[in-house]
Design a protein around this ligand. Sequence first.
Ligand code: NAP
Length: 295
Amino acid sequence: MYDIIIVGAGPAGLTSALYALRAGKKVLVLEAKTYGGQIINAHNVENYPGITSISGFDFATSLYNQVKALGLEYKNETVIKIDENKTLVTNKGNYEAKAIILATGAENRKLNLQNEKALTGKGISYCATCDGNFYKNKIVAVAGGGNTALEDAIYLSNIAEKVYLIHRRDEFRGEQKYVEELNKKENVEFILNTNIVNLNGNDKLESIDIKDNTGNINTLNINGLFIAVGQEPKNEIFSNIINIDKSGYIKSDDGVHTNVQGIYVAGDARVKDLRQLTTAVSDGSIAATTAIKEM
Ligand code: NAP
């Protein structure tokens, strides 16, 4: 019996572990992949208070080592479900705890194009706030039509020389106020009814091929592509007992409790407005301290 089991070893999960271990609790972290979550892919983190610049890998490794040094028990196992008795079932065993923190994160949806993975961090990014500053006076494109894509385009228009906003339909899913703001920007060009079909470049992104809905294909020379086509949380496995919204995020009235007593949520996995490193670690510390208080 553990005091706290944390599902997910991204910044939210590891910060929960940090606080719980420092409070003297017996803690297990279960992670299906590797520690670090999404931040491990960030080329450079420059918006974490107090740290001018650090690679996502170095940040995650430093946090992991910090927690490991406190005696963290860490298992590389895939959680399959939480049953009605709050037993965590993984691909390798069953675990019980007084409290469970779900810090399963969310993955950026991919375009699933050839080269996408190879060019990530080399011209392709999923986070304008993290990487936008590398494109000062350069030419960039944003893919997507939701609020994230619109906000990314606004953000990048203040940094880059030119921003193409490429969306597969002629209507944006995001809010009109952002569309109006973008319409006023001289360096922003909308490319609608268009899909990106090829990512070109070997060591770095050089251009993209785009295809409109009449079948015309054009090549666009760009320095950076920001893909903002939504997020994919992975919480369906908990839906037998945990309330999740229609997009798959865990619902929480106060940002920490789920609908089940003793099960908490932290980080990108929950319904929230701002998914950033800073808010993930904030969630992690709050989830752990709340769980300990209520144990
Ligand atoms: P989203 O609202 O799900 O939008 C995803 C966009 O990507 C849609 O326009 C979609 O096109 C497009 N898309 C999806 N798959 C694609 C593909 N394979 N190829 C090309 N385009 C694709 O995601 P989001 O913008 O990340 O926002 C997520 C949630 O957070 C939303 O509820 C949003 O309102 C909220 N959010 C709010 C704020 C804010 O209030 N300030 C800021 C950011 C995000 P279609 O439209 O054609 O489906």
